[in-house]
Design a protein around this ligand. Sequence first.
Ligand SMILES: [Zn+2]
Length: 390
Amino acid sequence: MITVTDPVDLARALIQCRSVTPAEGGALTLLQSVLEPLGFVCERVVFSEPGTPDIDNLYARRGTSKPNLCFAGHTDVVPPGDLDAWSCDPFAAVVRDGVLFGRGAVDMKGAIACFVAAAARRIAAGDDAGSLSLLITGDEEGPSINGTVKVLQWLKERGETIDAAIVGEPSNPEALGDEIKIGRRGSVTGELVVHGVQGHAAYPQRADNPVPKLAHFISRLMGTLIDEGTRHFEPSNCQVTVVSVPNTAANVIPAFAKATFNIRYNDIWRRPTIEEWVRLQCEAAALATGARYDISFSGTGDVFLTGAGPLVDTLTRAVAAVTGRTPKLSTSGGTSDARFIKDIAPVVEFGLVNSTIHQVDERVPLADLEQLTRIYERFIADFKGGSARA
Ligand SMILES: [Zn+2]
């Protein structure tokens, strides 16, 4: 039997589920089995798409009134990697010297356990204000196609509304209380092809080498200041990540050369305007070199910022009350499912300390699990109470 008010007990049981993406591994079934006795109505939705694995997802809600405060997270984990490098079995949920070891301990089965424990404690205390929900996917670490984005669509079609969301991703760099994520930079990937004319290396006048032209494009893209950052965001940044000239012969000038680059952009930009910035740089490079080129873009994470308001304020106060520290409001780091949730509700991210995520010996101090549970408890009480009064 799992003691649902104890985050350690539930975190250990979740870690023991081998839910490496895309496997459900029993993790959602386990969550459902602890949420239903607490009064949550649980629904499981499986989404598929050709070329990607089917993914099991869970939406659970307790209560029917507003506000609906939603915790979003994922039970899937990245593979353990080199088993010999671990000091213990990554799925055994070993506790040693007050520290819980296991894949997903921090990212993010631990935080899910904390939220469920916090909800269970509030329910035991007779808190029935508003609604609490959990949106848990099995596809965050994978392609993220059959996960949160489709669950949100499914909720929308059913007329379900979420008033605010907290994502339990590990947001703290060093210690619990360091940072609340209130937004993320956008991410766009560009694929650039510069065309030339193939020919013999000995007769360059009859060919047109695209390689030096591509080099010019690259230095233009990486050497031009995009912006200087904003109040909550770092400067936007372009990194060329792949350069390729598909050519195996040293005496042949190639017909084309390609580069892939990734831009992390701040709230000065939106996806269409940052694409426009790239096109302007390419036009300038094309003019200078006489090159013909093609450019295409991919990536789904547009920039977002959750401004000051009850959600950020309530969470900041809860973190400060429990940890004694004032969290920094941050927008750094990679993308998360918050990039999808922001389209339907204000969203923030706060979870455990991220120093061991995706590593061997991923681990969390038991004290952190208890402290995060208390933060979530206070946050739930204050947010629902405050909104209900408002
Ligand atoms: Zn995660």
